[in-house]
Write a protein of this length. Sequence first.
Lengths: 312, 423
Amino acid sequence: MKHLLSINDLGAEGIDEVCRLADHFTEVSQRPIPKVPALRGKTVAMLFYEDSTRTRLSFEVAARRLSADVMGFSVSASSVNKGESVRDTVATVSAMGPDAIVVRHRSAGVPQQTAAWTHASVINAGDGWHEHPTQALLDCYTIRDRLGSVAGRRIVIVGDIKHSRVARSCVMAFTALGAKVTLVAPPTLLPPEVGSWPVDISFSLDAVLSDCDVVYGLRVQKERQSEALLPSLREYTAQWGLTAARAARLHPDALVMHPGPVNRGVEIAPEVLDQPNATLNEQVRHGVAVRMAVLYLLLAADPDLRPEGAGT
Amino acid sequence: MSTVIKGGLVIDQTGERNGDVVVEDGRVVAVGPDLSGDEVLDASGCVVAPGFVDIHAHLRQPGAEEAETIETGSWAAVRGGYSAVVAMPNTNPPIDCAAVVQEVLALGRLAPCDVYTSGTITVGRKGEQLAPMAEMAALGVRLFTDDGNGVQEAGLMRRAMEYAAGLGVVLAQHCEVDSLAAGGHMHEGEWSSRLGIPGVPAEAEELMVMRDIALSRFTGAPIHFQHLSTRGSIAMVRAAREAGLEVTAEAATHHFTLTDEACASYDPVFKVNPPLRPADDRDAVREGLADGAVDAIATDHAPHSPDTKEMPFDQAPPGMLGLETALALALTELNLPLAEVVGLLTWQPAAIAGLKGVHGAPIAPDGPANLCVFDPNETWTVDPDALASRSRNTPYAGRQVRGRVRHTIVGGRPVLVDQEMRP
């Protein structure tokens, strides 16, 4: 596999392989010196056109733990501010010879376009409303870690599905692994013709809450009010927020997940975030191991460097 | 000096017949067997038709000469078999007053085909104030449009239609309700949903078609609909015509050829406005062209320089080239009798643009010598680098198509001979 642009590039087998590799890198991360030479001499460039805390840091830590060199790129301090096009910036960065380019952009499809403009491997770190495959992978890994498997789990994704790249990648990943996914949102926050997706739809969180293994909350942005998609965030929280009262109706083992950053008190009540079944920090921690696995899968050409038991 | 076109099948509004065609001094002088002339153009195996008429071409001049000029766009037209093009007025500055009309017409007089221009309906295409249509009509402008934008205000559109009717000119509407379309970059549906690209629903077009049909009924003024792309739009136009309203419509080649699935490549070469629609809408466009609900094939030829099309999909401008591929796509995709395809490309659009008698006219002695000779069976592969247009944004790169223009004669002058441009 050359690029990771979409969860579809992996399929169920690929996701399983990433998770198996991530098990190994989780172990590496727990060592006193959490570093292996697997990608020594390789260079990973970060091309982040959009603000990011966890994804960018996570990729950087992952690359360094594999002994790769990291080329940082911050849009605010670059030629992009001088009007350089994405294509020219990709050409410039590529000319410095990175082995992988990690791309985040506010426009859907930019990673796919980037792959056509460079010889490096391209990893999609989030493109517009389209996809965020490594987020979905770390979510699969977290569910697998907590509940043993993703297959057969009933997963509720609630929030602004329409504008969410996380939702698109998670739906693909969870259903590929055999989970039963229900999307919950007001109709204004569902994508057009969502009926063609392999999911169930509900407009009521209360209707599906007591019968699920995972509640996955998505960020809801204030702008949705001005676009007439929501009357108010207050009304959103009242109807679709994971309040303490709603959380109390969850099965005791059910997980509360969120890709972050959270609007505390909007999507999920603060006290729910502090409960032991809320996995937000675990998701971030697993993110490093999963991204190590992805970088390793794309860049470690030398099979001798592969850890035992890892497939190809 | 006379030119004889030998051995072709002559197709025009009056029918089909085998025969040679002799042109001299800008007119057809003879049609019949075994004719001769100073220059001989071989037409064996070919159709001899009136030169094509594109009532929807963006020639980009003035303002975006890096994408196209009236000269390069006209050569693209000639390569596509067109003897006449109507330039769209969304230039910079827009063609919204006599001064800009005169500049475009002056540049057009140097072009290898006849260049007509449309004018805007409103000043600056802003949809606020009527443009001086009378002064533009006095210069020969027959089609008025804010193309690229629909006229949003129903009250303003009503007045524009009334005013235009008094001048004997036709308004052409780009149907798109901004409040439904705003922020969209492809058709809203299953594919936009999957790709995470904001969509433009079919209803954004259909609501304005519905409104303008009502306004046509109300005012008695004719209305022409540009580049219709949805089943609903075409059904409404069909019904309006059956009800006797003066409603005409065009379809762009890409709307009967491509579907929204093409956007899955995220290549902005497939971004166009109105957007590519699902297969059912594409089929409805084909049906409309077949049963007469749609009068004309238009190209909506919209050149863009490579750097603007190498942007993220949602930042790239909409539009695709069309002049050099229209005939081939019509023959390859539509499965219609040759005479019907010729009608959709010639006398039917000529009638809408007020060019009847000069373009699309019967091929007969003393008729105008605006002609196209094409081989309906030659197959070829579209190569962006081989186009005459200054731009390269054809969505058909690498596509094998059938039907190729061989000669184009404008005003009696062979400007394309055996696919070679003759400056």
